[in-house]
Write a new protein. Sequence first.
Length: 354
Amino acid sequence: MKDNKVTKILIFYTALIGILGILIKDKEISKTERRKLKQAPTITYEKIADNTYFTELDDYTSDQMPARDTFRKIKGVTSKYLFNIKEENGVYEKDGYLFEIAKTSENSLDHFVNKINELNKNFKSNVYFVKVPDKEYYKEGIIKKDYNLIDKKLKGLDKNIKQIDISKDLTLNDYYKTDIHWKNNKLDKVTSKIKNSMNLENNSSYTEKTLSPFYGALYSRKVSSVKADEINYLTNETIESMRVYNYEKNKEDKVYNEDYFHNIDSYDIFLGGATPLLKIINNKVENKKLIIFRDSYGSSIIPFLAENYHEVLVIDLRYVKFDNLKNLDIDLTNPDDVLFIYSINIINNSFSLK
């Protein structure tokens, strides 16, 4: 009798999932997994003959299964509390946060220092360097990189490069729980430290806007019980009036574009996400220019720094060589200031820089 009840429950469940699968509209992307989902495959004689169709159909039904995120959450809770599994794909869960676990690469540290010193030769301006700590720096009881070795290597940067230490101006709460990045609305102390070090005015006021839910990059790599974040960002009239020209897309955009919140990576709302070269124009300031070399962390702090300049060139060397920029119709000469702002993640993986 008991087996009969179980069989009926399984048949009901299977039928319910099938009906819901037909009634519910297919999704194009998964925000939690940060990827495009498989769509219904087309039927052709060739695909049936070589079994491709049935493979695609299996992937499609798996991706479009109703309540997929709920089952992923159940798997995460089960792994954590029943099997005590806290690490998956290099991501570790502790106290409601996800952390990225990576070994320190001494070769990468040496390569990074040499790369910055090489770029520094192109400028006679005021040059500054900011190292952005990873959030693992602020959490005890987890595997961390060798921060002492990193700081020791960074002493090899050219003496004219003024290093700005922001490590004491951040806490774990200033980072997303499901993502590696820091929060735009928590950077007031960091922004003040950088602006004061660069002799820039720092007296702006902001209004805060909220977007949710936000599932970060780490959430997609580990099935987790960690709750979704939300993106809170600060803006004002000056930032809203700035125009951002994206050379790769050959179009003008806004500093914050909420339409990009619906991208696979919602962090794209900050300066449009990953791209080789941007030019920000701020007509509230005249005749002052900044060149910034950055990674993705820079995207959310640059709006505040851009308030003090008429023109800001934003360069991401993960996607373009600096020498190749000289072929474009942009002026890389004689900026008032140059800022290198890089996270420990890139410093420890600097071979990604071209």
